[in-house]
Design a protein around this ligand. Structure first.
Ligand code: PAF
Length: 287
């Protein structure tokens, strides 16, 4: 496995692979790997001849009051895990390598970023879209794999690559969960033992949503959100940031449930903000 810290070194390796006609896959990450990240690397191997992983805690996607300085990092463990998953190249740049002094260019995706995490974290997706654009320009992947836990991020990146004619295929990969249902996240490491128990409010609320829609026939989104709020608020330490119900493609909120519904949640468990989501698909009407 090759480990490089500069754009120049990454580009040299990629150029050699491209000359051999190899298909390049990229898994962009902020490190502190868990099974979710590793499943993205494995998926990427199915889609490409060479797998590159970027490991960069992107300051541009954190607001000043957020957890940039405490974001968990473990470079040696991450490199060992990447190696075990047969990653071919790890690009691990420093802040100055990615954002040289005088950086003034930002990528904004409109519309899709106005609700959900975009409302709570207004500068977040501009930081994500900018760094992902830069990573695509450096690694020039044929395919890039992103986790569906960050559902809005995935749709924003799909929109961006389509709108800006970026020649890269975007593949989403399902959420990986702990045995009790908690979606894997690097931020789970912030949780105390008691908070970890309460963190189940997210996956349990999504189970309830699926039950209410599929078994109880609930079709009114406001009633659904009310039921989920009551479920979440029954857990100690849980504070709702948002409960979103809407269209999984456009990310527009919906009043009534049609055949596909995205339920997305952001909940503070203590001081830790966690997200989770589920797309609920109703059987096609055969009448
Ligand atoms: O999902 C993440 O870890 C980050 O938002 C990403 C896509 C690596 C950009 O920094």
């Amino acid at each position: 496995m090759k480990i490089v810290e500069t754009k120049k070194a990454a580009r040299e390796i990629i150029r050699k692979w491209k000359r051999r006609g190899l298909r390049i896959g990229l898994v962009p990450t902020m490190g502190y790997f868990h099974e979710g990240h590793l499943s993205l690397m494995d998926k990427c191997h199915e889609l490409a001849d060479k797998v590159a992983v970027s490991l960069f805690v992107n300051p541009a996607q954190f607001a000043p009051n957020e957890d940039l300085s405490s974001y968990p990092r473990d470079r040696e463990r991450d490199l060992a895990l990447a190696d075990r998953h047969n990653v071919d190249l790890v690009f691990i740049p420093g802040d100055k390598e990615m954002y040289a002094p005088g950086h003034k260019t930002w990528v904004t995706v409109e519309g899709l970023t106005s609700e959900m995490c975009g409302r709570s974290r207004p500068t977040h997706f501009c930081g994500v879209a900018t760094v992902v654009t830069k990573l695509f320009n450096i690694i020039t992947p044929d395919v890039a794999v992103f986790g569906e836990k960050d559902f809005q991020q995935l749709q924003v990146i799909r929109r961006m690559t389509h709108d800006l004619d970026m020649p890269v295929e975007i593949v989403g990969h399902p959420i990986v969960r702990e045995p009790d249902g908690l979606a894997m996240s690097s931020r789970n490491s912030y949780l105390s033992k008691e908070e970890r128990r309460s963190a189940l409010c997210l996956s349990q609320a999504l189970d309830l949503a699926e039950h209410l829609v599929k078994q109880q026939g609930i079709r009114n989104c406001s009633d659904l959100r009310q039921a989920l709020a009551e479920k979440i608020e029954a857990f100690p330490f849980a504070g709702i940031d948002y409960i979103f119900t809407g269209d999984p493609e456009t990310l527009e909120s919906q009043d009534t449930i049609n055949n596909k519904l995205l339920v997305a949640l952001a909940v503070f468990v203590g001081a830790t903000r966690l997200i989770d989501n589920r797309v609920i698909t109703l059987e096609a009407d055969t009448k």
